[in-house]
Design a protein. Structure first.
Length: 757
């Protein structure tokens, strides 16, 4: 394999560069062309939804190659998903008319960081063949450490601490840099100690978690100037996709790499920054011009995806955000339906209505695969699944259990990880007794005892235990056979294809036979998945490349070609588009989500609004928004007000419809909502949210009182409710009734939902 750092390897692409204007420039609109041809200095491309962002970015890559400004190996291009990276690679190849060889630095943030880290692993206390832990392994390791410290893991769950550690690493904070107050966020002040212990244990295991890849890169660049200088010399041009989604660690990493040439081009959309909950900092894109003085900002505003009404509704909604750089999407397209906004009785009626609309569109020759139901919370999918099954509409839930998360695939990969990396204790522990080898709790305690006393990996401890008299003969024989197999398989790594080796491992370990003998209904599917795993390994050069691919997989499930309605969360839908999009659950407390508002105040409200903007702009031709006056959430019926986002949609781009008596004037648009929130502020009659934003939904009942006439019902009256049955009114506030139902207990409902008993 050629060395990507060979500066003498001039590409065929560069040698073939011609002085005349490249044909790929002629099809670009003026702002796209400017984004492609402005090569020197920092550039920020503000690319709205559907404005040809990927086209501009990949054409810029091709133009740098075509103009001879850099060799393929001198460009760093990073994005967030493997799918986006593959698309960039393929498009560049199409533009230059051939496959571009020698572009090792085009990939996800984490894949590029992993490549750099493997070259310099010893400088951060690792070896180059370190294992990258997934979330499951990370939580298992943290659980071991928490229990070893005598901490109650029920009161202080490892999964919660994993989230805390991830946030620290997203901010680039090593154990010695976390603020003292942050360490008190877990286990009564022992969070900092646990973090340090966890990092030490990772080094012992020769392992890194996902967050380490960038954090260790920051350590390399800040503590070893010669390493940073090597990459300054290497990267003449840096291109960044989805810059609005970068976290602090990614931001610092890019700043360090761009110090030398300043030729950094970031493409993104501040209006689509929706991942703050996982560390993304919208401020990174908002302050680009401050970070890179002299930067040129280019706005892509011509939309090639959606109708004028869809764009008008989305633009009007997002204009309510204050923290944005500002742009207005427009299109040359004409016509199109207005965005439909529907008010319904409850979630079941919402599912029925959407099901009917989908059937109507399908009869009008819209493929099911060209339609999507985008929900704010995953619990919402149940009612749609049940409805679609009832009426026979084929569907898929995107983002469910992924292939590499399935039990049999995780087990198989654990075997391969131990073959590749003998020190991988977490993988060995997973499969040491799978299939059953007669190793009970006593044997496992003995195994861990030897490991701890001798300070050796579990695989070595197993060999030592197999040669001792500390276990029953059957257990000793099983351990000896397993460890001998791993030694033999490891010697085969360089002698036979990795796909054949994987089959040998699964067969000789007894794992395949275990599922062949299993009589459960899932067993045949698990065997098929194991065969699919072998096929998935074929495109990779070796076992190392495949295992790295698995550990860095970031994409949501790929959308299949079969004709099914797509059901997914709004977060999963980013980057996708459909002919018709259904957006259910636009109610206060659900969207915007109450927890987000409580935890993040106005900043979270703006992110929720960006999420709504993303949802609307997924639609090419038809967009449907719905709100239910009642919704069953985790078994409890709740009455809801329409989302404030509905009142922010421009009237000229929407059509409203609501069941009679459901909302005031059938419009279910509570004007004055925000002004009331500003007047009353939040909890306690004037207190403010700690983050500065008003806690609006705390006073939803008062808002309702201010907007509608008092109820004609009185305390003591008997009434009937379709969901809760018969009951007696115990309190009246505006048109909201508190009713003690005979069987359902005390509930608060709108008076329009009941009738005299």
């Amino acid at each position: 394999m050629s060395d990507p750092f060979d500066l003498n390897a001039i590409s065929d692409v560069q040698q073939a560069a011609a002085p005349q204007e490249a044909p790929y420039l002629t099809s670009l609109n003026p702002p796209q062309r400017e984004a492609v041809t402005t090569l020197d200095g920092p550039v920020l491309v503000l690319a709205g939804a559907g404005t040809g962002k990927t086209r501009a970015l990949t054409t810029r890559l091709a133009h740098i190659l075509h103009s001879g400004k850099a060799w393929p190996s001198q460009m760093l291009a990073v994005t967030f998903t493997n799918r986006a990276a593959r698309e960039m690679q393929n498009r560049v190849a199409e533009l230059v008319g051939q496959t571009v060889e020698g572009m090792p630095w085009l990939g996800t943030f984490h894949s590029v960081a992993a490549r750099i880290l493997r070259r310099h692993a010893e400088l951060v206390g690792l070896r180059s063949n370190f294992t990258i832990l997934d979330t499951d392994d990370q939580i298992r390791l943290l659980k071991q450490l928490i229990q070893a410290e005598g901490i109650d893991d029920k009161r202080w769950p490892p999964r919660v601490f994993a989230g805390i550690v991830d946030r620290w690493k997203n901010r680039g904070l090593t154990p010695d840099k976390i603020p003292e107050e942050d360490s008190y966020a877990f286990a009564d002040g022992r969070g900092g100690l646990l973090y340090r212990t966890y990092q030490e244990r990772l080094k012992t295991l020769n392992a890194a978690d996902f967050g380490d890849l960038l954090m260790h890169n920051l350590t390399l660049f800040t503590e070893h100037p010669d390493v940073l200088a090597e990459y300054h010399k290497r990267f003449k041009y840096i291109l960044v996709d989805e810059y609005q989604d970068t976290n602090v660690a990614q931001y610092l990493w890019l700043r360090l790499l761009a110090q030398a040439h300043h030729n950094i081009c970031c493409v993104g959309d501040d209006d689509q920054s929706i991942y703050g909950w996982r560390g993304a900092e919208v401020g990174n894109i908002l302050r680009f011009e401050e970070d890179f003085p002299g930067a040129k900002v280019i706005r892509l505003e011509q939309n090639y995806r959606s109708t004028p009404h869809i764009l008008g509704a989305a633009s009007g909604l997002i204009s309510a955000n204050q923290s944005r750089l500002g742009k207005t999407l427009w299109t040359d397209a004409n016509g199109g339906d207005k965005v439909q906004v529907l008010g319904v009785w409850d979630g079941e009626e919402e599912a029925r209505s959407i099901g009917e609309s989908i059937e109507n569109l399908h009869r009008q020759e819209t493929l099911y695969n060209n339609m999507a139901v985008l929900v704010r919370a995953s619990f919402q999918t149940r009612e749609f699944e049940e409805r679609f099954m009832t009426i026979g509409v084929p569907y898929r839930v995107v983002g469910g259990l992924k292939f590499y998360e399935r039990q049999e695939i995780r087990d198989a990969i654990a075997y391969l990880r131990v073959v590749q990396q003998p020190d991988d204790d977490l993988a060995f522990e997973r499969i040491v007794n799978v299939p059953k080898r007669g190793l009970g709790d006593a044997a496992m305690r003995a195994l861990h005892s030897v490991q701890q006393s001798q300070q050796v990996p579990l695989l070595i401890a197993a060999k030592m235990l197999a040669e001792s008299e500390d276990l029953r003969p059957k257990a000793r024989t099983a351990l000896a056979e397993l460890t001998e197999n791993f030694d033999r398989w490891r010697k085969m790594l360089d002698t036979i294809p990795h796909t054949e080796l994987a089959e040998f491992v699964l067969d000789e370990s007894g794992y395949t036979e275990m599922w062949q003998m299993d009589r459960s209904v899932e067993a045949p599917g698990r065997l098929d998945n194991l065969q699919e795993l072998i096929r998935a390994m074929e495109p990779f050069e070796n076992m190392t490349g495949f295992l790295e691919h698995v550990s860095l997989a970031t994409d949501v499930d790929e959308l299949a070609d079969d004709d099914k309605v797509n059901v997914m969360t709004l977060h999963s839908a980013k980057g996708l588009e459909f002919k018709a999009v259904f957006l259910p659950g636009w109610e206060e407390g659900l969207f915007p989500h109450q927890r987000a508002l409580d935890e993040g105040g106005n900043a979270s409200l703006e992110e929720e609004r960006r999420l709504a903007y993303v949802g609307i702009t997924r639609a090419r031709e038809r967009a449907f928004i719905s709100a239910a006056a009642n919704r069953r959430v985790f078994g409890q019926w709740q009455s809801s007000l329409p989302s404030r986002f509905i009142s922010e949609l421009p009237e000229e781009h929407i059509e409203r419809e609501a069941a009679p008596g459901l909302y005031q004037g059938n419009s279910f648009d509570y004007q004055g909502y925000a002004s009331y929130a500003n007047e009353y502020g939040g909890r306690g009659g004037g207190q403010r949210n700690p983050s500065g934003g008003p806690m609006i939904t705390e006073h939803a009942d008062k808002i309702l009182v201010r907007q509608v006439a008092p109820s004609h019902y009185a305390v003591g009256e008997r009434v009937f409710h379709q969901k809760f049955g018969y009951g007696q009114i115990v309190d009246v506030e505006g048109n909201k009734l508190e009713i003690e139902f005979d069987k359902a207990g005390t509930k608060r409902v709108l008076d329009s939902f009941v009738e005299p008993a």
